[in-house]
Design a protein around this ligand. Sequence first.
Ligand code: FAD
Length: 472
Amino acid sequence: MTQLAPEILNRFAAIIGDKYVLLSSRDMARYLDEPRKKFHGNAAAVLKPASTQEVSEILALANETGTAIIPQGGNTGLVGGQIPDDSGEQIILSLERLSKIRHVDAAQNILTIEAGATLETAQKAAEEVGRFLPLSLASQGSCTIGGNLATNAGGLNVVAYGSARDLCLGLEVVLADGRIWSGLNTLRKNNTGYDLKNLFIGAEGTLGVITAAVLKLYPASQSRATAFLAVSSPAKALELLNLAQQQSGERVTTIELLPREGLEFTVKHQQTRDPFDQPHPWYVLLELSSSRPGNELANNVEEILASALDQDIAIDAVIAQSDRQTTDIWAIRELLPETQKNEGGSIKHDISVPLDKISLFLEQASIAVINLIPGARPVAFGHIGDGNIHFNVTQPVDADTDAFLARWDEVNKVVHDIATGMGGSVSAEHGIGQLKRHLMPDIKSTVELDLMIGLKRQLDPNNILNPGKLLP
Ligand SMILES: Cc1cc2nc3c(=O)[nH]c(=O)nc-3n(C[C@H](O)[C@H](O)[C@H](O)COP(=O)(O)OP(=O)(O)OC[C@H]3O[C@@H](n4cnc5c(N)ncnc54)[C@H](O)[C@@H]3O)c2cc1C
């Protein structure tokens, strides 16, 4: 139910038209819950502007009236950053109608696109001109470019191309007072003072609303080779990465780690097949891509696998021989997060540690959570080349799910302490949002917090942009 004064709501509606103001619980429902159902909010309204100018007018009015604005893209964020509080006084600013491709330029390898376009739309726009946008997430059909930049999303190709920040050349942002910063830079080199775009990337909508971006494109991939390997430890997976990078001239675009338990889960619940006859403790999905067509890459991956087996880096290996086999290998990795649900509750972590600490982290964190909850099943998988492991802990078999999930903070603390003790991060790619906000005083120094709070005050003195998120 609406908690904002009707005259204020009427002024917002006058900017975009009544049709694009959602007020009923039914119409707003899909904007108020997030994918993991950990956060639910209430809102006075969902506003759906279609232009940067409309966003500007909305923020100017919000700033004047002290109305909190919660920017929302595809609502796939995993830390509750896009969900309002439960007061019913905040407004969700949905960017979904701001979704035009403004310009795609194959010769310059750039794409200028509005913030509400989905990542998949951006990828397709690049493909249509023979180019490749490397950002790749399982949520790409729904997540938006604005959300990707606001969270500095990572995903599957970071090892080769970096995260969303590395793929962005320029931004258009509406500031809290409604002013528009037109920073749609297309230059590769531009050393003329502070790099303002980097303030807004990863700021989770607390400093400004991103309305458009210039993204870097790459030559389209013409061939790829996908392999699935069995290794004895995560340390061997990292040796494999080094070997593959050395022998492929940096064509490794994906390297993902999976534990035996994870493979068993997908085989049991999702009709995937174990590619090997014997069980092995750890697995690696390795993919190489090239902009050159032909068999060169297939030969290259065969050489890498032969060296890995020769040097006792890998125990066993298979190479996909068809598109079908490639899909089957990828399914084992992609279905894993979903399939964990069939085994009951799962307590999630999105940590990163320095690469040389991954094995030690996995060993110590697994022992610690099993000591805390006997029978708990650590299922650690993810982007090993970035030091980023989704250390998800599945409940003991036949345990009470609610009782297990009630220990979420306790388990998080044990795992986070081990990661930070090794110089790691408690949020490698999903951000802080509401979920990890309480950790900020522990993970940031006083100087860092002072700078962050100072920037927030400067850019959003009335605290209208995503209050209650990110900052302690
Ligand atoms: C199945 C699944 C797989 C995922 N895989 C990955 C992964 O591999 N790597 C990864 O990094 N993340 C992953 N995510 C998390 C999520 O998809 C990303 O965080 C994504 O970038 C969020 O985009 P969105 O448009 O959905 O943003 P939302 O969820 O709508 O918002 C996320 C945050 O960004 C802010 N925001 C949104 N749009 C704007 C804007 N235009 N201007 C300013 N602030 C804005 C919001 O206020 C909020 O704080 C996954 C999520 C799911 C459900």
